[in-house]
Design a protein around this ligand. Structure first.
Ligand code: PAF
Length: 280
């Protein structure tokens, strides 16, 4: 039977009752679970004895109050989905339980990757993510933790977090899970208007075209093509498109051998902000 805890003490009491050779896989979430989350949990189940999932909408990582206030909360169906999939333990704390000293973020130095893309457009976002994930890691003490590649920059931030904090936790990135029409799954998709939901697969289509173009054209030319394509679109507004090195996340001009690149995009669809990325 799946166990659900809201208190750190009771969760830790349970976790410490397990034998020391039991491997713990951990999937942190903000709830409003979808197939993308479930694919992370499946991966965790395959490779660990126990799977812990946290559900906590972390206030300190939201740069806009409106986004936090409107973040979907579907706790009952989340719990039912987790039970169905065979998750062992759910940790669903309150904000007071997680932040005993007020809703403050720690400031982190992740070597610069925190200032690119999402970091540039969402002030304080990665300090908030770093703060909550560090705290969750300290509480759960997992062997391995799983993150989706949709938030590729976040995945790189978490890898940097365990390095700077000297935490012995393996971080695993899992492929983006998509709707049939190509839209990357996200809890925010549920808040799209019908028209914006219909328009949203344009993001993935544009990324695929950009991937093809990057085979023969340089980055500035692909960038210009993507920008022009969104300028012509009646419903979607481009916030950024960047062709960046996967290690530094810095935008590049020219391909260099033995480096990996990705195209990263953020788009406003009405009030909803969508992100996606593609290997190049
Ligand atoms: O990706 C998310 O859902 C969140 O950023 C995370 C990792 C659960 C931290 O709040």
């Amino acid at each position: 039977m799946m166990l659900v805890y809201a208190k750190i003490d009771s969760l830790q009491e349970k976790l410490t009752s397990f034998k020391s050779n039991i491997s713990v896989g951990f999937v942190p979430t903000m709830g409003a679970l979808h197939q993308g989350h479930l694919s992370l949990i499946e991966e965790a189940k395959k490779n660990n004895d126990i799977v812990v999932v946290s559900i906590f909408v972390n206030p300190t990582q939201f740069d806009k109050k409106e986004d936090l206030d409107n973040y979907p909360i579907t706790m009952d169906s989340d719990i039912a989905m987790l039970e169905d999939i065979g998750c062992d333990i759910v940790f669903a704390p309150t904000a007071n339980e997680m932040y005993t000293d007020g809703l403050k973020s720690e400031h982190f130095d992740f070597g610069g990757i925190e200032y690119e893309m999402e970091g540039a457009f969402r002030e304080g976002h990665f300090d908030g993510v770093g703060t909550v994930v560090k705290r969750l890691f300290e509480i759960v003490k997992p062997h391995t933790s799983y993150f989706g590649e949709k938030d590729f920059q976040q995945l790189q931030i978490i890898k940097a977090l365990v390095k700077v904090e000297n935490m012995n936790i393996r971080i695993v990135g899992c492929p983006i899970y998509r709707e049939l029409d190509g839209l990357a799954m996200s809890s925010r998709n549920a808040r799209l208007t019908v028209a914006h939901r219909k328009a949203a697969p344009f993001i993935r289509k544009t990324l695929i075209m950009a991937q093809q173009k990057f085979g023969t054209e340089n980055a500035p030319s692909v960038l210009k093509w993507v920008t022009d394509s969104f300028e012509k679109h009646p419903l979607l507004t481009l916030e950024y498109f960047s062709i960046a090195d996967v290690e530094t996340l810095k935008p590049i001009v020219q391909r260099v051998q033995n480096h990996e690149y990705r195209g990263f995009i953020a788009v406003k669809a009405g009030k909803i902000r969508l992100i996606d990325n593609i290997e190049l």
